[in-house]
Design a binder for this molecule. Sequence first.
Ligand SMILES: Cc1cc2nc3c(=O)[nH]c(=O)nc-3n(C[C@H](O)[C@H](O)[C@H](O)COP(=O)(O)OP(=O)(O)OC[C@H]3O[C@@H](n4cnc5c(N)ncnc54)[C@H](O)[C@@H]3O)c2cc1C
Length: 384
Amino acid sequence: MNNYDVIIIGGGLTGSVLSYELAKKNLRVLLLEKDSIFNNATVYSYGGISYWCGTDETTIKLCQEGINIYRNLTKELDYNIDFRELDLLFTIDKNQDPESTFQQYQKFHIAPKLLDKKETNSLEPLINIDAISGSLRFPQGHVHPEKMIFAYQKALMRLGGKVKQELVISVEKNQDKIIGVKTEKNSYSASQIILCAGAFSRSILQNLGINLPLYFSHAQLIMTPPAPVKLKTLVMPCTMKRLDTEKKVAQSAEKIWQKESNTLYGDVLEAGAIQFLDGSFCLGQISQIIPNLNSPIDSVISEKRLRDAIASILPSLANLSGKWHNCQVAFTEGMPFLVGKIGQIEGLSIFSGFTSPFVFVPPLARYFADYLVNGEETLISFNL
Ligand SMILES: Cc1cc2nc3c(=O)[nH]c(=O)nc-3n(C[C@H](O)[C@H](O)[C@H](O)COP(=O)(O)OP(=O)(O)OC[C@H]3O[C@@H](n4cnc5c(N)ncnc54)[C@H](O)[C@@H]3O)c2cc1C
């Protein structure tokens, strides 16, 4: 069968969750993913569920609903996604003032707890306390990212949805109406297509002549096999630099994003780490703004920078054997996501550009699925 109600392009976090929510509504769903093994921003992420990060009525509601979904998700999907409650520790650099840093984080609906060096050390003994002046502790959820998308895709298939490993090469339309997609192997028809291709959604939009505020960074990190050392929290530096850089390059969109180039417009190194339940680590992260999805990244230099930064804050992790990876992460401006029907083409939608996607994607996918099926906009406007 090559005819579906809805085709989702991209099988990362956004596409896997939204496909499942649409299949729950009895739609005939096809999820198209170009890679045979998971190799995307989702599987190289920490998997932290930042349910503290709401700043207004909408995001607070999504945070609360998001964490509640996770608390029942293993049961709902009938698959163990390694969900747990795990503290997030934002390390405050030794040159930063703890009190004023603490004040900057009061805008979130769950305020952090300010810990001094001694308290930080007793919570997370692996942190080098000579490198910090304190830390902020947030309650957070955690999940295994790859298990999560695997679980959603399995649940989708149990509902009758199809998952195919095929690269979408074009979105097909008749005048201004969606009629389907072409992949390298096949053609599929559907009256609705949803772009969940993360950073790659930008080039799909460009090929359709649509200009939306969707941008991307190149993220670099190291994944390790299980190691005997034990990290008790998710550690990240207390800095808004990455979000500030993303905002700046989004605001200079005209100048930066009009044509592909290998120019480096932003570079932020945030030394952080998470240990998964099997003992393996993800050590991150460098985020570089280079407006070319295929820009070459020097892995030797990048890995050295990552290890040097980790050595300063989490010395016992710096020399763990591991594999360097690069992936592309989508972001938008103004809102923490870019979700809705795209006005110019009937039947075309986007579900991408998330900041803190692990908390926002599951609840927002439910609202968006409701909207696509019933036309109900109960939370936000879904018209772009
Ligand atoms: C080091 C690191 C740590 C992070 N930690 C966190 C965290 O703790 N919490 C959090 O909320 N977020 C975190 N993130 C961000 C988060 O991982 C990503 O924003 C999110 O996973 C993106 O999901 P996505 O579905 O939009 O994109 P992706 O996971 O990149 O999925 C897009 C998919 O689309 C497919 N695709 C693209 N083009 C096509 C095509 N033409 N045809 C078919 N398929 C196509 C790709 O192969 C890919 O699988 C982190 C990111 C990094 C790099």
